[in-house]
Design a protein around this ligand. Structure first.
Ligand SMILES: Nc1ncnc2c1ncn2[C@@H]1O[C@H](COP(=O)(O)OP(=O)(O)OP(=O)(O)O)[C@@H](O)[C@H]1O
Length: 271
């Protein structure tokens, strides 16, 4: 479905990503994990074609992403990013309708059953009753559901999510990811999400791509890649990994007090 081949990116002479390789299959959900500033959002921009690699290639369905026309790509790839909604003045229905732009002609009209599809998306996202409210008057969680509805209205094959649970309380986080997972299963959607919460990532993703210092540290199932050594190496944090009592999925418990003597000496020396 999507493949990074020897992808490197330098911005203003600084290497952000270097020699990144991976292949992601259709119909699965992937998480991109890594510390702040490691290049997760940049990688998502490369996958969506909004940024070009300095060297290497990103292939979508076997063709370089850079070779697609904007509307052609937008029918297949949708991106949910922070601030992806119109700022003021639009209703929920109007904002979601904007997601249909790849299917509209130059007059903004859609010849096929677009409105029917919008109704389904509104119902699926639990937005019935909010259709005529203005987006700028909604709560953060409601806005995030509208943003997701807008990208789903694009009917993508590949959905890219940049930290989709930011600002959401735990209830909304689960609700949003459950909705994505349901759509993913029903439509064989491929989902790639930048996630900071490793426990949610382990639960929802089939595979995790771990980035460290601009390159791929590990790529595999949560069971394979989530261990305390990786957490230490990548995040410089002490953690215990335990299987979830109900699902068996690896879950992380931080150990903030359990500093090694070496770390304690280093911390003291910095004072
Ligand atoms: N347009 C740009 N100009 C200069 N530097 C940039 C630009 N875009 C990204 N960077 C730098 O590239 C690095 C990777 O940024 P990116 O936003 O991809 O990281 P991230 O892993 O998503 O971080 P976070 O977890 O903090 O969101 C950072 O050091 C950032 O400052």
């Amino acid at each position: 479905m999507i493949e990074a081949k020897a992808v490197s990116l330098a911005i203003a002479g600084r290497n952000i990503l270097h020699d990144v390789h991976f292949e992601m299959e259709s119909g699965a959900m992937y998480g991109i994990i890594g510390p702040n500033g490691v290049g997760k959002s940049t990688l998502l921009r490369l996958l969506s074609g909004t940024e070009k690699p300095t060297t290497g290639t990103v292939l979508f369905a076997g063709r370089p992403v850079s070779g697609y026309k904007r509307k052609e790509l937008a029918k297949q790839v949708a991106v949910l990013q922070q601030g992806g909604l119109p700022a003021v003045g639009f209703t929920v229905r109007e904002a979601v309708r904007m997601g249909r732009f790849p299917y509209q002609n130059w007059l903004g009209e859609e010849p096929h059953a677009g409105e029917q599809f919008i109704e389904r998306v509104l119902a699926d996202m639990g937005l019935r009753g909010l259709e005529d409210r203005r987006v700028d008057g909604l709560s953060g969680g409601e806005r995030q559901r509208v943003a997701l509805a807008k990208v789903m209205a694009q009917e993508p094959e590949l959905l890219l999510l940049d930290e989709p649970t930011t600002y959401l309380d735990i209830g909304y986080q689960i609700q949003l990811l459950d909705t994505v997972k349901r759509w993913q299963a029903e439509r064989r959607l491929t989902v790639i999400a930048v996630l900071h919460d490793l426990n949610l990532a382990a639960h929802y993703c089939d595979k995790l791509l771990i980035l460290r210092e601009g390159t791929v540290e590990a790529f595999g199932s949560p069971q394979k890649v989530m261990n305390s050594e990786m957490i230490k190496r990548v995040f410089d944090a002490n953690a215990v990994i335990l299987p979830h009592p109900e699902t068996g999925v690896p879950q992380l418990l931080l150990r903030p007090e359990a500093m090694s003597s070496e770390q304690r000496i280093r911390k003291e020396a910095k004072r």
